[in-house]
Design a protein around this ligand. Structure first.
Ligand code: IPD
Ligand code: CA
Ligand code: CA
Length: 338
């Protein structure tokens, strides 16, 4: 069922597409690129306006759909935690039947409300990918049904469902800089019943209550989390970075869910986080939540954050971000990076 006509009256459409108006009168989506350079903002704003006019959507409704989908998936994960069947996709890279069941639950909810949207899930089948090619919309749901599968497989309760709604906001072939950004995201911890959510430009919340990151400015006072990929070697750069940050920070945690780490930075439970070799489904939603809560995102050397790059560095303040970038830069590139 296509709900667009009912959900998107003309006034909302006009509001969503309004971009050349003063700051007080902007739509939520205008804020998507506040991290861009001033000269890039007008063309980006026009690209967003064109994209939204072509492909109308109500962010509040889409967020409700994302929350519904995350809760359905979370219920499946809770039920299957004691009985899930685990297998290795590749050495040390686990998947369970719960990952697949949770993704199907998310797809069911999304397809019911937005059948024309694209869907990219970590556990996608070839059939799902082929369907995307026929899609009339450029909105794309980017989904990790279970972030933290290793924890889940061992009965550790730190894992999450991550759902982002992204859009290219322009033609990526014309301008790679516009390549798909996150418009809204939810990260749900089903064991703690914590729903982190954000719409670009409207702030971030935890169970409906606004959240804000910490004000920590010094690495030696900061609690930092890290994510590591399964394929590490003794001389991997990640190990050297870990040692550097462990020595310079108050302490380092490896909690096991990239998406939750980012939300914890947003909620002020962590002051910073870095990870590499990640996928957009791991970090797109959490990155938006962290940004909307006031934290500062970049790649490891300070380049602008790109959810499709694989690297991420999140910090509560610019001063802490600078210290983290400098600390990561102490580790030279090694062959084992790639
Ligand atoms: C993993 C988690 C983990 C990170 C890995 C990811 P998965 O996702 O986010 O924290 O270190 O790189 O692959 O496999 O549990 O969905
Ligand atoms: Ca993941
Ligand atoms: Ca996963």
């Amino acid at each position: 069922m296509d709900t667009r006509n009912k959900d998107f009256p003309e006034t909302q459409l006009a509001e969503a597409a309004r971009v050349d108006t003063p700051a007080t009168n902007r739509s939520a989506w205008d804020e998507l690129f506040t991290d861009s350079s001033p000269e890039m903002r007008p063309p980006i704003a026009r690209a967003i306006a064109r994209a939204i006019a072509r492909d109308p959507i109500d962010p509040s409704h889409a967020l409700e759909v994302a929350i519904r989908a995350a809760k359905d998936a979370g219920a499946i994960l809770r039920e299957m935690l004691p009985i899930a069947v685990v297998r290795e996709k590749s050495p040390k890279d686990l998947v369970t039947d719960a990952d697949v069941a949770a993704q199907q639950a998310i797809l069911n909810v999304v397809a019911q409300h937005y059948p024309e949207h694209r869907f990219l899930g970590e556990e996608d089948s070839l059939e799902a990918n082929a369907k995307n090619e026929l899609s009339s919309s450029r909105w794309q749901w980017v989904v990790d049904p279970l972030d933290g599968t290793t924890n889940f497989a061992h009965g550790l309760r730190n894992f999450s469902v991550s759902i982002a709604l992204m859009h290219p906001f322009g033609d990526p072939s014309e301008n790679g800089y516009l390549a798909s950004r996150c418009g809204l995201g939810v990260v749900y911890d089903p064991m703690a019943d914590e729903m982190f959510a954000a719409i670009a430009g409207r702030g971030a919340s935890l169970n409906g209550v606004p959240i804000a990151c910490s004000r920590c400015e010094r690495l030696n006072k900061a609690l930092i989390a890290a994510s590591f990929p399964p394929q590490l070697h003794r001389d991997s750069r990640e190990i050297q970075q870990f040692v550097e940050i462990l020595l310079e920070s108050q302490s380092v945690r490896r909690l096991g869910s990239a998406a939750l780490n980012l939300c914890y930075v947003g909620a002020g439970r962590l002051d910073g986080y870095w990870g590499g070799r990640l996928k957009a489904w791991d970090i797109a939603a959490g990155a938006l939540i962290a940004t909307e809560a006031g934290s500062h995102l970049s790649l490891h050397h300070g380049e602008p954050f790109d959810p499709w790059n694989g690297q991420i560095l999140a910090a509560a303040t610019p001063a802490l971000q600078r210290e983290l970038i400098d600390c990561l830069a102490k580790s030279p590139n090694t062959l084992a990076d790639h």
